[in-house]
Design a protein around this ligand. Structure first.
Ligand code: GLV
Ligand code: MN
Ligand code: MN
Length: 413
């Protein structure tokens, strides 16, 4: 069905959300359980209440915004995304799926549509791995992919546990209570910017995700020997950062070495101790991100990185320990939802193409508990995770219209 999307209302909200940040504009940093995250959540809940929707938070702050259907006991149709933003991010990653999801519901309501199944908009807690080093932890817990021990085990850089931080942010209750039943949702659909260049390059306004690549993360700790930068002579060094530098290049080599364009390896985080220009690094902790559409090939890269660590450890006398933070399976979209999105785009006269998501999303975990689908819209030059990330009002509006039509189809059966 065709709805009238209120573009001005939605763009005004996206612009407002972008002002709730820990850093100066145009960059946006909104780390989970920070003051900015709290303010953004409060403002968002106000918007939902104003739209006549019931708002519930779970014990980690996943937010459920419910539009009750005519048959409320039926499994609901879920949509949504995240509003946390990595350091120095842009304004559209995740937010388009949350505020666009709200706009889809409001535009369906305003058109007089009555869903048979309830429609639930989710704001997932911490899709980004910034604070705890693991992505999608809200949806991991919802789907049972993360055990209750995470409450104590997950710690931020200052050593504060998930339990301590969520409690301070006002989210209490048992971590076990977060998990939802397998039949809670009949379907889940997420709207997101593509974060890559293909739609824009091909002039196609809608992407229909068929599968999501398999992500993994390693935390590698290097323990060498520190000392004075002038007095500790070169032949006697066990420099932890020199060892780490070799592994950074080994990650790149292993990822490129598969020969597949779908393999990516990144070292995006590295802390050096004690962190003084005149002190030999004694300890380094770095975080590694490896992904591939092919899980076995991704695992091959992880094995190769492990072998490089053993070789460097032996040769340099620096102790290297590897913690596998996550190694998740890829997800496939449900053919029924792919068809529902394609039919809606066709009905609205909007061109669409099927594509892979190389970025991960909460949909990766929602796929474990419900048939899943994703709608992509173009973003300028394929740029994401940068302050200059941009999606046009026209593309956002088309994405919301396709989402609304898809939700209407799914909620009617
Ligand atoms: C999500 O932000 C990702 O890193 O894919
Ligand atoms: Mn992101
Ligand atoms: Mn995202």
């Amino acid at each position: 069905m065709a709805v009238t999307v209120n573009t001005q209302r939605l763009m005004g909200e996206l612009e407002h959300l972008a002002t709730i940040s820990e850093v100066e504009p145009p960059a946006i940093t909104r780390v989970v359980y920070s003051d900015a995250d709290g303010l953004a959540r409060e403002w968002f809940a106000g918007l939902c209440s104003k739209a006549g929707l019931a708002v519930r938070n779970d014990a980690v702050g996943n937010v459920f915004v419910r539009w009750e259907g005519l048959e409320p006991s039926l499994p609901a149709i879920g949509t949504g995304s995240h509003i946390d933003a990595i350091p120095y991010a842009g304004a559209y990653d995740g937010t388009v799926g949350v505020l666009g999801g709200l706009e889809a519901i409001r535009s369906l309501k305003e058109s007089g549509y009555q869903p048979r199944r309830s429609v639930e908009l989710l704001l997932f807690t911490a899709e980004e791995p910034t604070r705890f080093g693991i992505g999608c932890f809200g949806s991991r817990l919802l789907s049972g992919a993360l055990d209750a021990g995470a409450d104590q085990r997950l710690k931020d850089a200052e050593g504060r546990s998930l339990e301590e931080l969520r409690t301070a942010a006002g989210f209490t209750g048992s971590i076990e209570s977060v998990r939802l039943g397998e039949d809670y949702y009949a379907a889940f659909v997420e709207l997101h910017i593509e974060q890559g260049p293909l739609l824009e390059r091909e002039g196609i306004p809608i992407g229909i995700v068929t599968n999501i690549a398999a992500p993994s993360g390693l935390r590698i700790t290097f323990e060498g020997e520190g000392g004075h930068a002038g007095a500790l002579l070169m032949p006697y060094r066990k420099d932890a950062f020199c060892a780490a530098a070799e592994i950074v290049l080994a990650v790149e080599k292993a990822a490129k070495g598969t020969g597949a364009i779908d393999t990516c390896g990144t070292v995006g985080k590295c802390a050096i101790y004690p962190g003084a220009v005149n002190s030999v690094p004694s300890r380094v902790v770095m975080e590694v991100d490896v992904r591939d559409t092919d899980e076995a090939r991704r695992d091959g890269v992880l094995t190769e990185i492990g072998a490089a660590c053993r070789e460097v450890e032996e040769r340099r006398g620096v102790k290297i320990s590897i913690e596998q933070v996550n190694a998740d399976a890829p997800a496939e979209a449900s053919p029924a939802i792919v068809n529902a999105i394609a039919d809606t785009a066709g009905e609205l006269g909007v061109a669409a193409k099927k594509m892979v998501s190389r970025a991960y999303h909460d949909s990766l975990f929602m796929a474990r508990m419900a048939p899943m689908g994703m709608i992509f819209i173009p973003c300028r030059d394929g740029v994401s995770h940068r302050p200059d990330e941009y999606a046009s009002p026209e593309d956002i509006t088309r994405g919301v219209a396709v989402l609304a039509g898809t939700l209407a189809r799914l909620a009617a059966v």
